[in-house]
Design a protein around this ligand. Structure first.
Ligand SMILES: [Zn+2]
Length: 382
């Protein structure tokens, strides 16, 4: 068995549903310390939601050399109903050339591959010029309030420079290496309450129907082209996810209408520009309304450059594939790191089974993934 697979097994066997780390980072810190890394816990959060964070760095021989950070999370989403799993989610199990277990794809295989790649790199090139760091959290799948965002604030405070970051999110789609992500869309949510006047349906002149008032405004919101996207991003999308109004009675005009909507936005729009346009539209329709906004994450984008080229070369050397750069999918911790690091790219194993019952990683992908991370380090830090 390869050393990476053994570490993946050890990590899967440590149940770590957010924010629990299950001892994963302790195990990793011990390995990295032995490989010459300075390890530092950056735990954060209240006692009832304590988040484990680990920052580890092996400094390069050149004080002005580049700094590359491998970033990831040790937490996993809950397994769901245990009876639905073919083998227990926290017992690593091999079947049909796959390694099964919660976190196998998202993202304990990436984390293990990063650790082993870092160890191999340090052993083969003890005098490496640039610095190599790992940043791990146990709060990526949860609220992400006490995880990577807190570590990035700390690193910024102490003036730690970062030049490159590879986030180990599972980005491959059909085959290892077919897709890497060089950005993510932003997410902005709104809770809109359109205020009417409740009354009897037979006396509409004494009431004001918020559904009737909202409908044309919603039609216009749904029909608006917010932007056309750009070379890296699809067009910004607007979706209504919930709508609620009415008392349940057939003879009452409701007093209000409440709905939730969400933007997934490209770098062609900003949270401010989207908010301003929504307010202008609602005002134009003469609505009496309240609107609360939640910015879930800002978009980030890493244009083609030294990091994407180093990673693509590593992927091609190992798999023969040229990765497509994509910005699709949900948000990730890349959005926090991008604030203190000019080049951030996500790359990891096949994501077909993430967050599902019987999550797995193909066994044949584990060693190539480790080699891809190691080659990326060699391409940038020697
Ligand atoms: Zn993940």
């Amino acid at each position: 068995m390869s050393s990476t697979a053994a570490l993946v097994e050890a990590l899967i066997a440590r149940p770590s549903v957010t924010p629990d780390d299950g001892g994963c980072q302790e195990l990793i810190a011990a390995r990295l310390t032995a490989a010459g890394f300075e390890c530092e816990r950056m735990d954060s959060g209240p006692a009832d939601f304590r988040v484990s964070n680990l920052w580890a760095i092996r400094r390069g021989s050149a004080s002005d050399g580049p700094v590359l950070v491998l970033a990831g999370h040790t937490d996993v989403v809950p397994p769901g109903r245990l009876a639905d799993w073919q083998s227990p989610p926290f017992v690593p199990s091999y079947r049909d050339g796959r390694l099964y277990g919660r976190g196998a794809a998202d993202m304990k295989t990436s984390v293990a591959s990063m650790v082993v790649a870092a160890e191999q790199f340090a052993a083969a090139h003890p005098k490496h010029r640039g610095s190599i760091a790992l940043l791990l959290t146990s709060d990526e799948e949860g609220p992400a309030r006490d995880g990577t965002v807190v570590c990035c604030a700390k690193l910024r405070e102490r003036g730690q420079r970062l030049d490159f970051c590879v986030v180990g999110e599972p980005t491959s789609v059909k085959q290892l290496g077919d897709v890497a992500k060089n950005g993510r869309r932003g997410t902005l949510s709104g809770k809109l309450r359109v205020i009417g006047i409740q009354g009897h349906v037979a006396y509409p002149q004494l009431a004001r129907n918020p559904i009737h008032q909202a409908a044309p405004a919603l039609a216009e919101l749904v029909g608006t082209e917010w932007d056309a996207g750009n070379a890296y991003f699809p067009a910004t999308s607007f979706q209504i996810s919930n709508i609620a109004s009415g008392t349940g009675a057939g003879n009452v005009i409701p007093g209000d209408c409440v709905l939730d909507f969400n933007f997934r936005f490209s770098t062609e729009s900003t949270p401010e520009s989207l908010k301003q346009r929504v307010h202008a539209l609602l005002d134009r329709h003469g609505l009496d309304y309240r609107l609360e906004w939640t910015l879930g994450g800002e978009p980030f984008l890493t244009p083609v450059g030294s990091l994407s080229e180093a990673l693509a070369a590593a992927i091609e050397a190992e798999t023969g594939r040229k990765p497509e750069l994509s910005t699709t999918g949900g948000t990730s911790d890349g959005r926090f790191i991008a604030k203190i690091c000019p080049q951030v790219i996500e790359f990891g194993p096949i994501n077909a089974s993430i967050h599902k019952i019987d999550e797995f990683v193909p066994v044949a992908d584990i060693e190539p993934l480790t080699a891809i991370y190691r080659r990326t380090l060699e391409n940038l830090l020697l």
